[in-house]
Design a protein. Structure first.
Length: 187
């Protein structure tokens, strides 16, 4: 079997809490700012991974272990798999990988829920949750709707045979992950 990089499968990740996901995947993200929440007035709140923890303030919101894990080389090839069922914090996790070198996205457009929610308490004790900001990747690109793949894959192909994770297809997958090995569509 040919080993050429990493695969992060975010398909069917409907969301939840993004911080444990970022803390667990942090060694692939690197010790750095990996995204931000941006409000209409331009205010930004960066999110980061550092030494086993992920968060948006100085203190981690989640940690992967008590011992900082080994950081994987920032240039290790990486494939991120996404689909229409990648939603909410699954999309935020995908955004954290956008702009990472040697990283390509495969699958289908995400659900389009990559907007952080703020909660507002109402006088009667009920809570109202509203999308008040937009996700931004490490390069400053904003995702007001959905995350698009670099390589579109028909979802029926994935349902019938998950070719991306099939060991028999690893060489062709390696050629797709590593951009220098991929020929432009015009050739």
């Amino acid at each position: 079997m040919v080993v050429c990089g990493w695969v992060v499968d975010l398909r069917h990740d409907h969301g939840g809490d993004m911080w444990p996901m970022l803390a667990a995947l942090g060694p692939l993200l690197g010790n750095q700012v990996v995204g931000a929440f941006v409000w209409p007035d331009g205010k930004r709140m960066e999110w980061w991974y550092r030494d086993g923890g992920a968060g948006e303030f100085k203190k981690p919101a989640a940690s992967s272990s008590s011992t900082p894990p080994t950081i994987v080389a920032g240039n290790a090839p990486l494939a991120v798999l996404i689909d229409a069922n990648t939603a909410s914090s699954g999309e935020m996790t995908a955004v954290a990988f956008k702009g990472r070198s040697q990283t390509r996205f495969f699958g289908n457009r995400t659900a389009g829920l990559a907007t952080p929610l703020a909660h507002f308490m109402l006088p009667d004790g009920a809570a109202l949750f509203l999308a008040t900001s937009t996700a931004e990747d490490r390069t400053g690109k904003r995702y007001p709707v959905a995350v698009e793949p670099d390589v579109q894959i028909d979802s029926t192909d994935v349902d019938e045979k998950d070719w991306f994770l099939d060991p028999a297809d690893h060489l062709s997958v390696c050629n797709m992950i590593i951009p220098s090995r991929v020929k432009p569509a015009s050739e």
